[in-house]
Ligand binder design. Sequence first.
Ligand SMILES: *Cc1c(COP(=O)(O)O)cnc(C)c1O
Length: 356
Amino acid sequence: MIIQKTENSRISTFDPNNFSFGSTFIDHMIICEYEDGKWGDVKLVPYGPIPFTPAMMGVNYGQACFEGMKAYKDKDGQVFLFRPEKNFERINKSAKRLAMPEVTEEMFLDGLKALVDIDRDWIPQGEGMSLYIRPLIFATEEALKARVANKYMFAIVATPAKSYYAEPVSVKISDHYSRAANGGVGSAKAAGNYAASFYPTQLAIEEGYEQIIWTDDATHEYFEESGTMNVFVRINDTIYTPPTSEKILDGVTRDSFIQLAKRRGIEVKIEPVAVKTVIEALKDGSLKEVWGVGTAVVTTEFQALGYEGVKLELPRLSAEESYAAILKKDLVDLQNNLSEDPFGWRVSVDHALETV
Ligand SMILES: *Cc1c(COP(=O)(O)O)cnc(C)c1O
């Protein structure tokens, strides 16, 4: 790895108690360029803009995919990644679906660890605090030719993240728009999937909701995901979540919630979740909670479902009763090294720089 340390660290301007998530960037970034059929050297360089032309293929034809993951610092200053091999596998799955070159495990994991290690001072400490990390691959070739590009960049950038309590939100069950279709790119973390979801989400916001529950594109009778999160439904004391597929992204948080729930002896059913079943359960009182999960905010609990033009209020459970809250705490404690890690999910980054 080629390491070029910044001579103008901005760390003295960083206030861990007052910063803007998503627009504060750590001192360094990882970049690596692909050309002539192979990846070049991985470089750890000062964070900053890269020159690009509007004729760059990535912005014209949309060959771009990304990952979202976090690093955590415990009370002794030890730093951990959470299940980074899952993100490595997934970025390559996305790259393959978008006809982009896959990255090597060494590029991805060593790049991540070196970046997090060198900028460990940027990781805010404390409950729920973390560093949000964004690996991405995009086409950089300068050409207006609608074909697979032959130049790409792999990059990793990162922004400090704070814990925030997310208020329960109202979600509209989609009866028209879709996020994904059979044979499409729904299971890839394709940048374009986000672009396509913004307009329907704006419409839902105008109708008084915060998010959309995406349903299947053919019938709109089955839950798929909520916003950019996987969705869980609890009926009585059983948790339901739809199986991952070509249309449902295989979330790391989803998988972790399933395993944590099973460890607690909670029954988890991975099966199609029919809108009708959920609405009937709401009406007969057996629906206890519905929530979304993802790396960024861990869980978002829902307070109301929009169905056939009506906003149906969900029950409010206390933190002691809510599986969403209990499992969130299990996960966050494990991520922050406040509990045992029987699954081997924490990966230390300490001294990573010395070995790359
Ligand atoms: C990233 C993402 C998720 C959540 O995945 P995590 O690995 O848990 O962060 C869920 N759905 C979609 C559509 C996503 O893009």
